[in-house]
Design a protein around this ligand. Structure first.
Ligand SMILES: [Zn+2]
Length: 476
């Protein structure tokens, strides 16, 4: 079993960094087990909400409650875990089938009492994605509360949930897991798995996981294949550098110490650090510490912007570091000329730019996107590109996405606005997709698909354009 599954929280006490919520939920189980109540879990992060929903569902049904935690052993707990009963239903409102499920499962079946469990429980994840119709139907069901039924609604965007629903639920705001608690949890796991670790490597993992406990545990699992959890192995396996390395590197730039810089670049390469990722890490660091030395850090950011742009065109990333850093240290004006490695992206760029200019000029965005994808299809056939058989590269990428919710959030609601220097700027017009793409796994996945479709490596840069109301109308 993977560590992520093994250490998935199974009761309130093992949920990390949410004591302010789990304490209340336990008290609720203790005081009014039988009374009717519905819950909204608001969680700004993309992953993890449903684990907590399931724990609550089990706690409300457990036959052998342990200090107000579910026992995970009794028939009811097991039935919920195994998903063997229609008394416990998890619905992903963001999926294609979500809306149909609301109709079939909730509206028509909610009236019947539970058959096995004490309480019938509906967990609706990403509830803000429901249509107006579905919200109204849901409201009707919630309005006539029954003791033997509860709704647990989970969302990353509570502002899109109608006030009428919110006012009938108890709202719980989850918070970002603090680094200290996350590292503490990873330490516990390392100890019980007999893994040797140092704290720096765990905090590096915590940062990389962007505060998603599940991802962090997954990284621990992966790195442990190489042996101890030390910075070297984390760097090697995940292709990233420690913060210490980044600070050192910046110091060498400030000191204009070219020898040290060049040596460091070789060391990073030897350690398997992805130099493209390293440039991004440096930029992230500079962004977070900008106020410490604004002018200088902005200047260094520009150098790294140049490095990043160069890396995409050069097959030798270490060389581009050296060229750019040398230039800045010696104040020369030599301009890095891109070397064309593979196919030329120009024909695609033109088409996409055309498409985007018209999107930008247009008023009702959705209509234009649809029009454009049509016009794109017709014009693209004239293009002599290597993948000319199939017109819209982004449409193909979106069609290939296997995760239903991600696909739905991007379909017709995103497009490539420009493509240059091997960077595809992807314009998205809903917050939901933005959240999804803040998850580096999702982003990497899309980059992989796009690169495959395109035929050479491409980076994705996200541009967000708020069209929330429009989007809400679309799914209605
Ligand atoms: Zn139980």
């Amino acid at each position: 079993m993977s560590l992520a599954n093994k250490y998935r929280p199974k009761n309130f006490d093992t949920i990390i960094g949410q004591d302010h919520i789990t304490g209340i939920l336990k008290a609720k189980i203790k005081s009014d087990k039988g009374s009717h109540s519905n819950f909204i879990f608001f969680w700004p992060r993309w992953t993890g909400k449903t684990s907590c929903a399931r724990i609550l569902a089990k706690a409300m049904n457990c036959q052998n409650i342990q200090d107000w935690n579910p026992c995970n052993e009794c028939a009811n707990c097991k039935t919920i875990d195994e998903g063997k009963t229609l008394d416990y239903v998890e619905i992903d409102a963001a999926s294609h089938t979500g809306v149909d499920n609301i109709r079939d499962e909730v509206i028509s079946k909610a009236l019947y009492p539970p058959t096995i469990l004490k309480k019938k429980i509906y967990v609706i994840d990403e509830v803000h994605m429901l249509s107006k119709w579905a919200f109204n139907a849901l409201l009707k069901t919630i309005e006539e509360p029954r003791e033997n039924m509860a709704f647990i609604l989970a969302t990353t965007e509570i502002q899109k949930v109608p006030e009428t629903i919110i006012s009938r639920c108890q709202v719980f705001n989850f918070r970002k897991v603090p680094e200290k608690e996350m590292v503490g949890r990873l330490q516990e796991i390392c100890k019980s798995e007999w893994l040797e670790y140092d704290e720096n490597s765990l905090s590096l993992i915590a940062k990389l996981s962007e505060w998603c406990v599940r991802d962090a545990v997954k990284y621990v699992d992966q790195v442990s294949i190489l042996g101890n959890l030390n910075e070297e192995n984390v760097m090697k396996f995940l292709g990233v550098a420690s913060e210490q390395k980044i600070i050192e590197f910046i110091k060498y730039i400030v000191d204009k110490n070219q020898d040290a810089l060049f040596e460091e670049i070789s060391k990073l390469t030897d350690k398997g650090v992805d130099l493209q990722h390293f440039a991004k890490q440096v930029l992230m660091y500079l962004d977070a510490h900008l106020f410490e030395n604004m002018d200088l850090y902005i200047k260094i950011s520009e150098q790294f912007g140049e490095i990043l742009a160069g890396i995409r065109n050069y097959p030798y990333p270490a060389l581009i570091y050296k060229i750019v850093l040398h230039k800045h240290i010696h104040g020369t004006n030599s301009i890095v000329q891109p070397v064309v490695v593979d196919k030329k992206p120009e024909p695609v760029i033109e088409k996409i730019e055309e498409k985007i200019t018209s999107i930008e000029k247009s008023e009702p965005v959705i209509e234009k996107i649809q029009e454009n994808s049509e016009s794109n299809q017709s014009t693209k056939q004239e293009q002599p590109t290597n993948n000319a058989q199939n017109p819209d590269i982004w449409t193909r990428v979106v069609n290939r996405i296997e995760k239903g919710s991600l696909q739905k959030s991007l379909k017709d609601l995103s497009s490539i606005s420009s493509l240059e220097n091997w960077v595809a700027n992807v314009k998205i017009i809903n917050k939901f997709a933005q959240m999804a793409l803040e998850n580096h796994e999702n982003r990497d996945y899309l980059e992989k698909l796009l690169s495959e479709e395109y035929g050479s490596p491409l980076q994705i840069k996200i541009e967000f354009q708020s069209k929330e109301d429009l989007f809400a109308g679309m799914i209605g």
